[in-house]
Ligand binder design. Structure first.
Ligand code: 7PJ
Length: 260
């Protein structure tokens, strides 16, 4: 079986480093990114705005000040910028990122045109609602059908704006306006997203719903299981925080699958 590529998360936000509320200095984030690459990350996903449930928005200027020095400091590696702001994506691609990871699937005014002009890969992720309130009362009649249809429509919109088909990846957006049952249905039926014909990215790492199934000291066990399940279901990329552990788990799966 083909193993998914590992996208390692590099958060450049105040709540991801215990440094007293000021955002981390770029050097710490750059060192973290290098360590993740050493540990087996194929792609580093740089984000300057938390999109966890309940998080508040940050200004464009602040987001740029956080992420651009980190992208410059990680030049030479395959980098993705986790943003929904076209101006941030533009500056990030100019600074060396080659992937625009957009949790709003290019919803901002001018975003599809910007993606087409930049010529970068775009990750189109599904979200119901917006981060501040999305977990209040997520509702679907048929979550798998609705998310698949929505992603297909966003891919069409991107292509209509000039984004090439080969540059589009899709992501069902685990945890983004979804109950645990919605998340489980999307993971179980990941083939319905894969069948749309684009590479699929899956992000389960450290998400809250893992603990809703089984409490624990942390979410690592569930995160690793999620990466293995994603691999088994045919995900092309898994987005994770614990890169070394994920690389080890995936290597075991691969070795077993390749054993005659
Ligand atoms: C995801 C993301 C995800 C993509 C975050 C967290 C929240 N981008 N950005 N997919 N999650 N494409 O890591 O818990 O699942 S931020």
């Amino acid at each position: 079986m083909r193993s998914p590529r590992i996208m390692g998360v590099v958060n450049v936000t105040p709540d991801s480093f215990s440094d007293g509320g000021r955002f981390s200095d770029p050097a710490a984030a750059i060192a973290h990114g290098r360590a993740l690459a050493e540990a087996g990350a194929d792609i580093l996903d740089i984000g300057g705005e938390s999109t966890r449930p309940g998080a508040e928005a940050v200004s464009e200027a602040e987001e740029l000040a956080r992420v651009i020095p980190v992208i410059e400091g990680l030049a030479g590696l395959t980098l993705s910028i986790d943003t929904y702001k076209p101006a941030v994506a533009r500056a990030a691609v100019k600074a060396g990122a080659s992937i625009w990871n957009d949790i709003t699937a290019l919803a901002a005014p001018g975003a599809p045109e910007t993606a087409a002009e930049l010529g970068c890969t775009v990750v189109l992720m599904h979200m119901q609602g917006e981060p501040r309130t999305m977990q209040a009362a997520p509702h679907y009649d048929d979550v798998v059908a609705e998310v698949a249809a929505w992603l297909a429509a966003r891919a069409e919109a991107a292509m209509a704006a000039g984004v090439s088909r080969e540059k589009i990846w899709l992501d069902p957006g685990v945890g983004f306006g979804k109950t645990p049952a919605h998340n489980l249905a999307l993971i179980r039926h990941l083939d319905r997203i894969i069948d749309l014909g684009f590479p699929v990215l899956l992000g389960l790492s450290r998400k809250r719903f893992i603990e809703s199934l089984h409490p624990g000291p942390d979410r690592l066990g569930g995160s690793l299981a999620g990466a293995l399940i994603g691999a088994a279901k045919g995900a092309d990329v898994v987005r994770v925080h614990d890169v070394a552990q994920t690389a080890q788990a995936l290597s075991l799966l691969r070795a077993v699958e390749e054993t005659p």
